[in-house]
Each structure stands twice: as C-alpha cells, then as structure tokens.
Design a protein around this ligand. Sequence first.
Ligand SMILES: Cc1cc2nc3c(=O)[nH]c(=O)nc-3n(C[C@H](O)[C@H](O)[C@H](O)COP(=O)(O)OP(=O)(O)OC[C@H]3O[C@@H](n4cnc5c(N)ncnc54)[C@H](O)[C@@H]3O)c2cc1C
Length: 404
Amino acid sequence: MSDVYDVAIIGGGILGLSSARHLLQQHPGLRVLVIEKDSEVAGQQTGHNSGVIHSGIYYRPGSLKAQFCVDGRNSIVDFCEQHEIAFERCGKLIMASHEEELPRMETLFERGKANGVEGLEMVGPERIAEIEPHVSAIKALWSPATAIVDFSAITREYAKQLTEAGGTLQLNTRVTGITPRADSVVIQTDQGEREARHLINCAGLHSDRIARLMGVEIDLQIVPFRGEYYTLRKEREHLVKGLIYPVPDPDLPFLGVHFTRNVKGYVEAGPNAVLATAREGYRKRDLNIRDFSETLGFPGFWRVAKREWKTGINEVNRSLRKSVFTHDLQKMIPEIVAGDLTTGGAGVRAQAVRRDGTLLDDFAIERTERAVHVLNAPSPGATSSLEIGKYIAGLAAESFSLGV
Ligand SMILES: Cc1cc2nc3c(=O)[nH]c(=O)nc-3n(C[C@H](O)[C@H](O)[C@H](O)COP(=O)(O)OP(=O)(O)OC[C@H]3O[C@@H](n4cnc5c(N)ncnc54)[C@H](O)[C@@H]3O)c2cc1C
C-alpha cells in the first residue's frame, strides 16, 4: 500500500474530527489521517467552551452560521441520543433589564423566527419568574430548544468512529511545514514527514499560519481573545436554573458575560473577551513573544483597537476587577455577590480579523486546489460541528474529485 494518504486533516478539534468522520462515511476506504499536536483530542477551543448547544437565534438569516447552527442543533441532539452522550435541554433566557434594550431584543426575535428556531417566544415578568425566579428583567426571549453538553465527549466519539472506519489519528504530532508537490503535499512534522494528496486545515487558533505555510494568500489573521469564567459556589447554584444571557452588543461578535449551567451540574459565569498575549494563553500571565508580536504587527488589530478601544479598556477592567464582573452579573441576578464566585477556567477564541479591521462574524471556509481551510469558526462552531463537517467533506469531494 502507498504511504500517501488521500486526505490529511490538521487539527483534532471538533471540526477536524467531524470532517474526517464525514469523509470516511461518504467515501469508505479513503486513506484519511488526522494530525493533532496535543496528547488528546479537543485540547484547545473545543475543550474550553461554554458547552451550549445554541438554537440559532443570533445569526443573520442566510449566513452560514444561521444555516449550520439550526440544522446542527438538531443533528447534534440526535447524535447524543444515538450514542448515549449526556445532554440536557435546559433552555435559555435572553433578558432585557432596560427599555432601550427592547428594540435589539425584537431584532433577535425576528432573526430567530426567520432562522426557524423552535419554540422561541417573547415572555414578560410573570413567565420569567417561573423560568428563572432570581432574574430581574422587564422582558425576555425564551428559547426552550437551547441545550447543554460536553463537546469534548462528542469529539471523542467522532475520533472513535474515525478509527473504527479505518482512519488514522496521530496525536503528539505538530505540523511545522508544508511543501506542495505536483500531485500531493508533503507535511513536515516534529515526528517526521507525511504525504497526502489533499489537505484540510482545521487548526483553530493556528489556522491562518497553516494556510500561509501552504503559500495561500489570505487577507486575515487570527487574533486570540481569552474568555474567562467564574464558577458559582455550590450553595448558590440554585440561583440559576438553565442559561441566562444579556442582550448582546450587535457590533461585537461576542455574546456578553452570561450564566451557564453545565452538564456536570455546576454553574459558570462568563466568558468575557480580553485580548490574549498568547494564542493558547489560558492564564492572564501567559505570554508568547511570537504570538503577541504578530498581533501587534498586524494592521487589522490596530484598526480594531482604534474603533473598539473603550470596549477593550472595559474588558480589561472587568478581567482585573472581580467587583466589576460581579456588577455586570448583578444586572441579571441582583442577589449575586462577589463571595459567590470563585475563579474558574478560560477558553481562547480564534477570532479572524481582516487587514481592514473587520472582525469576521460568519464562518469562513475557503478552498484552494489541494486544500480546504477553515479560517474562522467561532461560536456556534461546536453546535454546528456535524453540519460543518458534512459541508467540508462535500467541498473536499468536489474539489479533490474523491471517488472519481
Ligand atoms: C470561550 C469559548 C466559548 C465557546 N462557547 C461555545 C458554545 O457554548 N457553543 C458552541 O457551539 N461553540 C462555542 N465556542 C466555539 C467552539 O468552541 C469552536 O467553534 C470550536 O471548538 C472550533 O473547533 P475547531 O476544531 O475548529 O478548533 P479547536 O478545538 O481549537 O481545534 C484545533 C486543533 O488544531 C490543533 N492544531 C493547531 N495547530 C496545529 C499544528 N501545527 N499541528 C497539529 N495540530 C495543530 C490544536 O491543537 C487543536 O486541537 C466557544 C469557544 C470559546 C473559545
């Protein structure tokens, strides 16, 4: 048998493994290799997120996010049922405390309806008190279809199905270079060379670098934004029944700090969105000189900084001062006090930014002759993973003439 794989996928996160699984389902016998630098799958964004199966409210109708999230919510719930992965339909409340938030909430309601979100309704104080008795709101959007899950467990199941179908998952292997040949690509790794006819780039926080290693000219760069969480003390968990979110700022791709109950039972508050000084900078003190100087040397970052400097300062202030974080949470649940919160984990978002300072909102998936590159896959990327994987496998089949 030749040592050349048909398709090599860089990244053992939820999207790389979903794509690999779909490729093998659609083309049994295909030689598929997934290369992951960490010692386990889902070690980066996938294993550090809020665990929410979003229902599809926020996204512009017609966008990839709207399409993949609504279908993805249904397919991931079916997948969990089929493979006995714990999930819970706890529902989500997006709440307004002030009159001026109502027009934005109305826009969200219209978007949700246009996207076909199941069971979405506008509710008043009486119904809010039944759903979340400790919340203070004048009106809210109630999405009963929103659920919670452990996305790492889903990713492990994708990995299991990949290997059962004959695919190869290579952990502890970092891609360091890529050399295109006439009819293949040679992938340099710290464990030696691999060769594949085609490549799929699902490298998350490093996806722009992988694209550039292939010589692809892209007009964007990943700027890492850390999302920090607090955990609610056990005795105060009763204050949150499900998921409680504020009305988000429409100019930013983040949802605002919120409360999320997770499948393990505890309640988290967050994530905020602070510039990270390392792409895998999960702690405030983490600094990677290469990562940070690339961010500072990127004109797109300075354009965002010029436009959003006030938001940036507020985010840093909230990150450094628990009292400010608590104050924002009190806008949703007035009973919360700083002593209820203990420092929790963090995730880092791979936010793609264009040179002109545009923060990419929608999923960005581009193809070249020998490759498909996932260049922006923020939330609801995990929710949408089965649909994105199917889409990527379809693009790959078309571009790479698989099975022909
Ligand atoms: C704080 C936070 C909260 C979120 N909340 C939600 C949520 O509630 N619901 C939701 O649907 N989505 C959520 N998301 C988004 C979701 O987590 C992502 O869309 C999804 O995990 C992206 O998956 P991925 O496979 O593209 O990336 P990743 O999980 O980051 O995987 C990329 C993989 O590539 C590997 N890799 C990178 N470079 C190399 C290399 N050179 N060689 C080998 N391997 C390499 C990495 O080690 C990593 O394992 C959240 C994200 C964050 C950060």
